[in-house]
Design a protein around this ligand. Structure first.
Ligand SMILES: [Zn+2]
Length: 724
């Protein structure tokens, strides 16, 4: 724990874009001091290579042997000049190196460096980056040019590097270096067509990821040679499905970087949930690296106007409440607007003052939610019904007979259908758990190990379709040992590379006697009916049902509380009664339980925000986890996260009130009163609020400690100390 980057870090990027020369005429002492005292950061990114038009990737803002300087700086060295002041105020300085956006002129001087599409055309010539500029390939000699740059950067004395890129762009790369490297490794040419039934195509997908991870590993080696305490990282990508297109693999990159970071920018037209930063933070903390959530301090695309203070506070508080490091970026002169620092100072200042409460927080969650990169990469369901045009705006003819008897498959569209399903499943579960105040951790594919699962009582596999034989075995053993499983739809029906598997034992483990097909995919006219009083639904009550529903028969002794209704053919038709196919299977194993739903009911919540699936999820968790570690009585818009600090023997409970004015960007938060919390912990000697260190009354009974928070304005941390 001695390394600075393992401790709570509060990062900022103050960006001048093309006007980096401004620094020449700035009082750097005052600048660094302002960032420390008014913004409360302890780590800053300074631009070493601007991410500026028209592709300035080859121009440095510092003295670097063999590299060209950014115009307007003359002999001013931004890194070396600013570094002593940053360090004077306790700010670690990282160089931001744009490594994905280069001018055509620079690329022309270096034939063979550009990323190529399979037709031999440079990606950046067909798709100019930000309207002008191209991008280079990590397998080409460009790699060594970058490594020299890394060396020059670290020679300035900075504490590390953030690489903005390189990105392996979609459908790349077919440059000579890639083609040679691939052929040497696999003995064959890189396949030119996307084909998810072709093993060579899948090898190409891994090859792209390995190339990026290797590139990063090589750069990291140079960083550590010059400064063993130096750091390097790049954007790992978020939880949203589809990262394979850009060769992003957070698990592969983990050991080659010192932070796992991802953007969670606010977009005025597409930010769907108020908990988006929390979800990204949870995803990034799934591994062993410290996490960073990148927050843009802009009103969406209006880059010189600050986002509303409530949104900025929300993003930063959700980052730190979920154990991620906060990061904020803005473009000068926006940051100098009067009062612009206030929302940032409120949260980062609080964290600075109470740093010890953010240090080494251990999870106390008993629920693990699996987000599967294997599945998001290789899942292309073999259920043809999923690809039929349903008149919902989905493209027709996803599978067509070419007249020769050959079936031509539109892989992109098929992949898109599966990715959307998965995206909504992930979103549905994460939102449901956060809003139901269930503590949970995200685990990735490598997390499906007996060692990692030991810490959990419930494992959720949201349509984790692609699981290896070993992973399926591990899940079964988890249940044998007394763990409980919730799985949905096609979980485990394919191997880790997306090949369909006939694993009857697995299906039987899920409670399935027989698979009989799938209901026609249709959004309208789908209902479930409660066969008995269940999850607050009365016997006979109708419940919304998702569009994707497998028809299975349950094994004997497996409970089936919900059934499908017969689908209505069109609107405004009478109900036609129940189908003899269950929608939820609950099986008792020797020690644990297995809950399997042949529908994607969590995706119904993720896509439509209809509450019924979330109610059922909450009920299932109550059933599987009768002894909740934390019981919170507060509106769903209040997020509660809790950890245990072993060294100090205390629980640290974060409350983020996102109860707002019902639209985004949020203008104000509405305070919430009388939040009752029951913590499954005895021997508590003191409970207090961190904001004013004021003690809270509490009562302890049978190993449970109860207390009440009279008012929560926005963000608060409550500490419960245990007698040592
Ligand atoms: Zn290449």
């Amino acid at each position: 724990m001695d390394k600075w980057y393992k401790k709570p870090v509060r990062m900022m990027r103050w960006d001048y874009i093309q006007n980096i020369g401004t620094m020449k005429n700035t009082d750097l002492d005052k600048l660094a001091r302002m960032k420390k005292e008014e913004w409360h950061i302890n780590c800053e990114w300074i631009v070493g290579i601007p991410g500026a038009a028209p592709g300035a990737g080859h121009l440095t803002t510092f003295r670097a042997e063999g590299f060209e300087s950014y115009p307007g700086l003359e002999d001013f060295d931004c890194l070396r000049e600013y570094l002593p002041y940053a360090h004077k105020y306790g700010i670690k300085l990282l160089a931001y190196l744009n490594a994905h956006w280069y001018s055509y002129e620079f690329a022309d001087k270096h034939p063979g460096w550009e990323q190529l599409l399979c037709n031999g055309k440079a990606y950046g010539r067909l798709h100019p980056l930000y309207g002008n500029g191209t991008t280079l390939c990590v397998n080409s000699p460009y790699r060594h040019w970058v490594y020299r740059l890394v060396k020059e950067t670290m020679k300035t004395g900075v504490d590390g590097i953030f690489f903005d890129g390189p990105v392996v762009f979609r459908n790349c790369c077919y440059c000579e270096s890639c083609r040679d490297k691939f052929k040497n490794k696999f003995g064959k040419d890189i396949p030119v067509k996307e084909n998810w039934h072709d093993d060579l195509w899948k090898q190409f997908i891994e090859f792209r990821r390995d190339s990026l991870a290797e590139f990063l590993g090589g750069a990291r080696k140079i960083v550590k040679e010059i400064n063993p305490g130096g750091v390097i990282f790049l954007n790992s990508g978020g939880w949203q499905v589809g990262g394979w297109k850009y060769a992003r693999d957070i698990e592969k990159m983990e050991k080659h970087q010192d932070f796992s970071g991802s953007e969670q920018f606010f977009h005025t037209n597409s930010s769907r949930t108020v908990f988006d930063t929390s979800m990204t933070a949870k995803y990034l903390t799934s591994g062993s690296n410290p996490a960073v959530v990148f927050t843009h301090y802009c009103m969406g695309l209006w880059h010189y106007i600050p986002l509303m203070p409530a949104e900025i506070k929300r993003a930063l508080a959700q980052s730190v409440a979920n154990r991620a490091n906060p990061w904020i970026a803005f473009f000068d002169p926006m940051g100098t607007n009067r009062g612009a620092n206030e929302p940032v100072a409120e949260i980062l200042g609080f964290v600075e003052k109470n740093e010890e409460y953010y240090t080494e927080p251990d999870t106390i969650a008993r629920v693990a939610l699996h987000l599967s990169l294997q599945t998001s990469t290789y899942y292309v369901s073999r259920l043809e019904e999923l690809y039929r045009d349903t008149g919902m705006g989905r493209e027709e003819e996803l599978s067509i007979d070419g007249g020769t008897g050959e079936v031509i498959i539109d892989w992109q569209k098929r992949k898109g259908v599966n990715e959307m399903m998965l995206y909504h499943s992930y979103l549905g579960y994460m939102l449901s758990l956060i809003r139901n105040h269930t503590l949970f951790d995200i685990i990735l594919d490598s997390g499906l190990s007996s060692d990692r699962l030991k810490g959990y009582d419930v494992l959720i596999l949201p349509n984790s379709a692609c699981l290896s034989e070993l992973q399926r075995k591990t899940v079964k053993e988890f249940v044998e040992r007394g763990g409980n499983l919730i799985a949905s739809f096609e979980t485990g029906f394919y191997d880790e590379k997306g090949n369909h598997v006939e694993d009857e034992e697995w299906k039987s483990f899920l409670g399935i006697e027989k698979m009989e097909g799938i209901l026609p995919v249709a959004v309208t006219g789908n209902y479930l009916v409660a066969e008995e009083n269940f999850a607050g639904f009365e016997k006979g009550q109708l419940i919304e049902s998702p569009a994707h529903s497998l028809l299975v028969k349950a094994k004997k002794n497996v409970a089936a509380p919900l059934f499908y209704m017969k689908q209505l053919k069109t609107y405004y038709m009478p109900l036609e009664g129940r189908l003899d196919y269950p929608a939820l299977l609950i099986g008792n194993h020797v020690k644990g339980k297995v809950v399997y739903t042949p529908t994607t009911f969590e995706a119904l919540y993720g896509e439509h925000m209809i509450d019924s699936p979330s109610t059922i999820i909450a009920y299932l968790l109550d059933m599987l986890l009768p002894e909740k570690i934390l019981d919170v009585q507060a509106p769903s818009s209040v997020e509660v996260e809790a950890y245990y600090q072993k060294a100090e023997s205390r629980y640290v409970i974060h409350l983020v009130n996102c109860t707002g004015d019902m639209q985004r960007p949020i203008k104000e938060f509405i305070p919430v009163n009388d939040i009752k919390i029951a913590l499954k912990a005895g021997g508590i000697k003191k409970v207090y609020r961190l904001s004013d260190k004021k003690s809270l009354d509490f009562s302890s009974k049978k190993g449970t400690t109860e207390f009440c928070i009279p008012e929560l304005e926005f963000y608060e941390v409550v500490v419960a100390e245990v007698c040592k």
